[in-house]
Design a protein around this ligand. Sequence first.
Ligand code: SIN
Ligand code: MN
Length: 286
Amino acid sequence: MAADHFRTEHSEHLPMHVPFDICQSKSKSKSGSALSLKPSLFAKNKEKRKEQECFKSSEKHILLRKGMVLLRKYISLSNQINIIKKCQELGCGPGGFYQPVFRDGAKLHLQMMCLGKNWDPEMKSYGDRRSIDDACPPSIPVEFNKLVEQAILDSQVFIKQDQKLSNVEDVLPGMSPDICIVNFYTESGKLGLHQDRDETPESLKRGLPVVSFSIGDSAEFLYGDNRDPDMAHKVVLESGDVLIFGGEARHIFHGVPCITRNSAPSSLVEESNLLPGRLNLTFRKY
Ligand code: SIN
Ligand code: MN
């Protein structure tokens, strides 16, 4: 049954891909045999207080550089849970999560799934099917796209007010995504500094933004003008954060050197059963 489910008409001679489940199975989490115990009420309240304090002392929206905005804690807890559930469902089906390999044979330190179009890390290009099993990428759920479009609009309003601009589209253009790359980093996951530049020349030239959702454990995110990590700026991306880089910032080098263990909000883990680690979705226009 499972074997037929993942075999497409074109994949007779291709190896089977074993689905990766980003959530801990219910039976395991109930028996308490693995991972976290339920947090006490005290621990939950402490977490809430910490969040509130954090917002008193820091800005919610931050302009990191021209065309690059961080919307902190932008995605509500219930939307984060819905995104996890949808990614789990799609990730276990045809075209779901797998561990990609670069041209030199090195494995990426994460699990990946493409929605809308397939991105091939070996060829560094997009296509309609992936080579490992010939599967077509699932479509991007409409509710994901709505959230992306709203996040860009909110960033534009913020930039306009912060920079007293009238031509905000020149700084951060609007974008309706047709590609989403979903990455799941386990606690040892990481991603080297790179540029996102495999979209069409038209999309890149217009500086159509990359929109990134972070869910689960926090990550260090490096960004800069070259591949040297020592020269890069660092920002911590937490669960619910949305990072947008477009316009002049579209070609920044960026990467994830490490994931912070046990940093996901306990209520998120409890309600979604997300495995330890970080779920990241990056949306783009081909
Ligand atoms: C990516 O650049 O593809 C992912 C970035 C992230 O995980 O924040
Ligand atoms: Mn990238």
